[in-house]
Ligand binder design. Structure first.
Ligand code: NAD
Length: 269
């Protein structure tokens, strides 16, 4: 996809951070936006901001963990704009801390949003774009943490490895039908991701920000700067859209280690 003018895009997690940055870039190119977020007030404010930038935009309160809410989101987008061209499967949360402190509730919270939510939105996007029969594009937000494990954010790393796998499979599935898929793998972006705790059930909240993530993303790239990077990646139909190139050595070490262990198959003990 080269031209975003008059295209209709759904952005989950579009009320803040990376989703908002992508939505603003799309608005700047003449696209129409559906901002889907679990936080209805922020979603409304984000849609209002896009309206002030000249875009047609609506907010739809959506919890991506709920398949019925995801169906309703796509119905609302189709009713408002007639068809859907792009889906940014972006909503996500983070909880940090040492591996030994990760509880099952922590694990469930992160995987429910980051994996189940991505599944619900991705499956619906694929079905709707297929049915419309006019192409389209899906961007699934993973992370550089989808390739490199870190035990300071265990559930998050597991979830983002999952998003990379889901997105790679989706690309294979949809490419023959003229529907593009990219996996967005941001490095540090200065967003509200450290405050995901506020979105947990009241009884599970610890009431703080993630100290494990804060030093990594504070002072990172501004969310408004990621939008043009993502649109450029779509235009080039890149399988993976990266934002930072300073992880090259970490990635190389990981894949070299995998290849080395393959080379050592059959080696005497
Ligand atoms: N910030 C970074 O450095 C970074 C790096 C790599 C990947 N990411 C990923 O980028 C995506 C966006 O995160 P961000 O950094 O912009 O954080 P953010 O907290 O600023 O934005 C995330 C948005 O998702 C919404 N959200 C959370 N749970 C939801 C749910 N169940 N249903 C619908 N909306 C929900 C939040 O309300 C928020 O508006 C996430 O998937 C995150 O994992 C972020």
């Amino acid at each position: 996809m080269q031209d975003f003018k008059n295209k209709v895009a759904i952005v989950t997690g579009g009320a803040s951070g990376i989703g908002q940055g992508i939505a603003r870039a799309l608005a700047g190119e003449g696209a129409h936006l559906v901002i889907a977020d679990i936080d209805p007030d922020s979603a409304k404010a984000a849609a209002g901001d896009l309206g002030e930038r000249g875009a047609k935009s609506v907010a739809v309160a959506t919890d991506v963990r709920d398949p019925a809410a995801v169906d309703a989101l796509f119905d609302a987008a189709s009713a408002e704009f007639g068809a859907i061209d792009l889906v940014f499967n972006n909503a996500g949360v983070y909880l940090g801390g040492p591996m030994r402190d990760c509880t099952f509730d922590d694990w469930k919270f992160v995987l429910d949003v980051n994996v189940d939510g991505v599944f619900h939105v991705g499956q619906k996007a694929a079905a709707v774009l297929r049915e419309q029969g006019r192409g389209g594009y899906v961007v699934n937000t993973a992370s550089i943490g989808g390739f490199t494990a870190h035990n300071g954010g265990l559930a998050y790393a597991v979830s983002k490895f999952g998003v990379v796998a889901y997105s790679e499979a989706m690309r294979m599935d949809l490419e023959p039908e003229g529907i593009g898929v990219s996996t967005l793998c941001p490095g540090p972006i200065d967003t509200n991701l450290t405050a995901s705790d506020r979105l947990r059930d009241a009884g599970d909240r610890t009431g703080g920000v993630s100290e494990a993530l804060s030093p990594f993303i504070r002072g990172g790239m501004a969310p408004n700067d990621i939008g043009p990077i993502v649109l450029s990646g779509i235009r080039r139909e890149l399988p993976y859209i990266f934002t930072h190139d300073d992880m090259r050595e970490v990635f190389k070490a990981r894949f070299d280690s995998v290849l080395d262990c393959i080379d050592r198959i059959g080696e005497p003990a």
